[in-house]
Design a protein around this ligand. Sequence first.
Ligand code: CO
Length: 137
Amino acid sequence: MQPPKKIDHLGIAVASLDEATTLYGEVMGLPCEGTEVVEGQQVRVRFFTLGESRIELLEPTSDDSPVARFIAKRGPGLHHVAYRVDDLSATLAALKAADVRLIDESPRRGAHGMLIAFAHPKSTDGVLTEFCQPAPD
Ligand code: CO
């Protein structure tokens, strides 16, 4: 497959966006890019700019959201690594051909106007892995 361009962002699961913002926004001084709710994943996310990359904080909006289950099981922490690609559909086809287990077989809408898809951590050395591409208008 075409190698990813960069680490687009690191996703960090937190119990409270506002509490976590003290560290990332105020103490570390990372500029906040905004906050949005992603209904499909039952999360509220907040992005912070970090050079060419970003930090994505994820706060569950319901007790049975995947992020809520993640926090209940393991506590807050690193949730996923997201790689920026140019052609997400081609990336998914290449991953599938290589027998990488996919959570999303086709691109879907994520936060920040991106098309995203997740690969299963069982196939990616224990790291929940997101591939993302800016959505065409
Ligand atoms: Co993400």
